[in-house]
Design a protein around this ligand. Sequence first.
Ligand code: ATP
Length: 286
Amino acid sequence: ATRMRPDAIIRPDFKFEDMGVGGLDNEFSQIFRRAFASRIFPPGLIDKLGINHVKGLLLYGPPGTGKTLIARKIGKLLNGSAEPKIVNGPEILSKYVGSSEENIRNLFKDAEAEYKQKQENSSLHIIIFDELDSVFKQRGSRGDGTGVGDNVVNQLLAKMDGVEQLNNILIIGMTNRIDLIDNALLRPGRFEVQVEIKLPDEKGRRQIFDIHAKKMKDNELLGNDIDFDKLAALTKNFSGAEIEGLVKSAASFAINKSIKVGTVANVDIKKVSAMKVSMNDFLMAL
Ligand code: ATP
């Protein structure tokens, strides 16, 4: 008998623009097509095709480019998915030494229990594994001599390999160093879909400025002289996180203009209420 699979559905109100992720449209559509489009197929089609859902997605690239941001949004976009569980590689190795394997087992416990109980409409369980490279370095190169890492690796692989029918799980791994990751981990059934998240290009940077300055803009706190096109051009090699930092820093410069050095008593209320974040504040921040 064909069993109904716990396929997810996309929230009907979902719009990529509302995700607050800038400059990653192509990457996101790649992730969507390769990593979880199969989950919105009609139940049974996957069986007929003789394929499995992707259980592991690896996002790699420089720090601060939105990997975590995207991983969290994937959960939001799929209807009926549980709140993602977030694991940090170094943490699982150090803080819980001795019980690392148990921690890995616990990660899967809810998904397993739910799947067994009500196979027909189990929710999708997303596990976000940050700094994957710290745990999954090429065998023999870890060199901490404790063997703790190997146990964690084996435990996670056992869970990924052993969960053939447990298809209510999507593990999103993240790393800045894909070159350090053990090849065994990139095989089908494991982190088989790998998507690079690069530093944003000029157009992407422009979008990221818009996202992070939206609140100021909506509250009419942006000066008329702001030229985000120019700022996008001036911020080559900035990550999304750095652009966010720049926007916050510009706001600090603007606030400081309305404060005379000294005490709170010297805050010029008139100036504060008329405050705008100007192009000059952005350039100072830069
Ligand atoms: P790391 O490799 O250091 O973990 P990461 O790629 O996971 O970095 P995030 O944690 O997603 O980076 O980014 C940090 C913050 O920077 C985000 O919460 C967001 O506010 C901002 N940011 C980064 N990239 C983008 C982006 N493409 N669009 C909008 N905001 C971004």
